[in-house]
Design a protein around this ligand. Structure first.
Ligand code: RIB
Ligand code: CA
Length: 310
């Protein structure tokens, strides 16, 4: 069994990742920390609680940081709307459920301290909560088996020409995380996510699944797949679920060691993950970077895992 902690900014691809974790037979899911990113913290938290309630995910949810370490919060609402995700069908039911009383940074620290084995931390939003946890108690790094993150890119960005969204929202937090001594990092950037493409046919497959929960998911999946073009003719990369697909099917991916630094000052490059491949010459590696994915088989693995939760 692998103990795991999820940190999320609960948009739609985060939702698919959560369903995959719930259906993974080999995971002990300790908790969920929520961070501002796709949407404001209250909205991301409400999304997370609604997903957990509607899909019966038995995992404690903790509210984390509502803004980056130092930058003003910039959400993805210009792309995703104020709710952090859209649907072409029925919305996730509203519920009156509160998060746990503890904040996510304290809760993650407790989980790391109390786990009988080192914990895999899965970060699929800005790294603010993770950085705050490491700043509060650096020794906890010994209790982290590895940090698996969706973020960054070995090539162009998505939120800016140079920066991927999760890193762009809080580059100072990413800088803390990528410079934390003793931490094993595994990065799934845009370069590999762009090999994992959601097509109209995948949406139609999910739309054919029976039941109200599948229908609710299908509406959000439909809207997600149409982000790049209103009729869905342009495939949309799967971002966050690529991390949970690796947990299930690691053989579908290859990795390369590199030194990753976070650009903090660049007028056009702030939030860029600067990858140095000159290992053994001038760069000491600090990250395993996912370089290739068997895209069609990864998408199939994601859909099969999600389907098991209904
Ligand atoms: O750049 C993709 C990332 O930004 C994903 O985690 C998505 O959920 C958004 O947070
Ligand atoms: Ca996310």
């Amino acid at each position: 069994m692998r103990s795991i902690w999820l940190d999320t900014d609960a948009g739609f691809d985060d939702w698919m990742t959560m369903l995959m974790l719930a259906s993974h037979p080999g995971l002990r899911w300790l908790g969920v920390g929520v961070v501002a990113g796709n949407a404001s913290l209250p909205v991301a938290l409400a999304n997370t609680l609604r997903i957990c309630h509607h899909y019966r995910l038995k995992v404690p949810v903790f509210a984390g940081c509502d803004r980056p370490l130092s930058a003003p919060l910039e959400t993805a609402e210009r792309v995703l709307g104020a709710q952090g995700m859209r649907t072409t069908g029925m919305p996730l039911p509203e519920i009156q459920v509160a998060a746990e009383g503890l904040d996510a940074v304290t809760a993650l620290g407790n989980a790391l301290r109390n786990s009988p084995e080192p914990v895999t931390v899965l970060a699929i939003g800005p790294l603010t909560n993770i950085a705050r946890t490491l700043q509060a108690e650096p020794a906890l790094v010994d209790r982290i088996h590895e940090l698996v993150l969706m973020g960054g890119s070995t090539e162009r960005g998505n939120h800016t020409p140079a920066a991927e969204f999760n890193i762009y929202v809080d580059p100072e937090a990413a800088d803390v995380v990528f410079n934390q001594a003793g931490l094993k990092r595994r990065m799934f950037g845009l370069n590999v996510c762009r090999q994992v493409l959601l097509e109209r046919a995948h949406v139609q497959e999910v739309q054919s699944w029976p039941g109200e929960r599948a229908m609710c998911l299908a509406g959000y999946l439909d809207a997600y797949q149409r982000i790049r073009h209103p009729d869905g003719r342009v495939p949309m990369p799967l971002y966050d679920p690529v991390t949970s697909a690796w947990l299930l099917r690691p053989e579908l991916f290859t990795f390369q060691s590199a030194r990753v630094d976070i650009e903090l000052q660049g007028r056009f490059t702030r939030g860029m993950t600067v990858c140095d491949w000159r290992i053994g010459q001038s760069a000491l590696p600090n990250t395993e970077i996912a370089m290739t994915a068997d895209g069609p088989r990864v998408v199939d693995a994601v859909l099969q895992a999600v389907r098991q939760t209904f």
